[in-house]
Write a protein that binds this ligand. Structure first.
Ligand SMILES: [Zn+2]
Ligand SMILES: [Zn+2]
Length: 211
């Protein structure tokens, strides 16, 4: 598995590109904001000769989906997200303006619904969709058992962190439950790639949570 991480937009948010030996690629949380970041992503995909087969959204908070419409146009496919975040798809532009940030272009919509247990295949790579609500209702993580990696969105961060639960659809008890039952049950050595900040492992984070 090959991996590239970009830190995009003002928050800043991790965008991951994952691909196999044949260049079959997944784009996770395309967060590019504005033409400079869009071109950075496009140039990378072209330079590596990657064919993006899935655009996956860990959740539909605006900082994670700024680059969805651009990426859909570039790759000729629609994004995939859990419909529990339909409220965010409808309200993203308003929420961004409330932050005092001008909304760039058209807000994205959910192209294809994702459900817990869905298997996402891309060349030789296979990811499982884990529904982990709590940070948002439609929050999901993408787990590849063969590679021992998890893309966690804002469900889990390095150094004992987890996503905020004060936004629409957030629920602290639900987030803790998701982390404990869905993520801390994964193998210790699983490498976690969060939506913000550096990577970590399940072992390290379980220790931070005293579990
Ligand atoms: Zn979020
Ligand atoms: Zn975020």
């Amino acid at each position: 598995m090959n991996l590239k991480v970009f830190e995009f937009n003002m928050l800043p948010t991790n965008t991951y590109v994952v691909w196999d030996e044949e260049g079959e690629a997944l784009l996770i949380d395309p967060a590019c904001y504005g033409q400079g970041e869009q071109q950075m992503l496009a140039r990378f995909l072209t330079a590596e000769g990657l064919k993006v087969r899935h655009i996956l959204c860990t959740h539909f908070h605006f900082d994670h989906v700024f680059g969805v419409p651009f990426s859909e146009g570039l790759c000729g496919i629609r994004c995939e997200a859990h419909e529990g975040d339909a409220w965010w798809a409808e309200h993203n532009a308003d929420e961004v303006r409330a932050f005092g940030i001008p909304y760039p272009g058209t807000p994205p919509t959910i192209g294809h619904p994702l459900s817990d247990g869905d298997v996402i295949r891309c060349g030789t790579l296979e990811f499982q969709c884990l529904h982990t609500p709590g940070h948002s209702r439609g929050g999901v993580c993408f787990y590849c058992a063969a590679e021992g990696v998890l893309f966690a969105g804002d469900t889990l961060f390095a150094y004992g962190g987890m996503g905020r639960t004060d936004l629409h659809g957030g629920d602290y008890a639900e987030l803790l439950y998701s982390i404990r039952t869905r993520l801390f049950t994964l193998p210790d050595a699983t490498v976690v790639y969060p939506g913000h900040g550096p990577s970590t492992t399940i072992r390290t984070e379980r220790q931070f949570h005293n579990l």
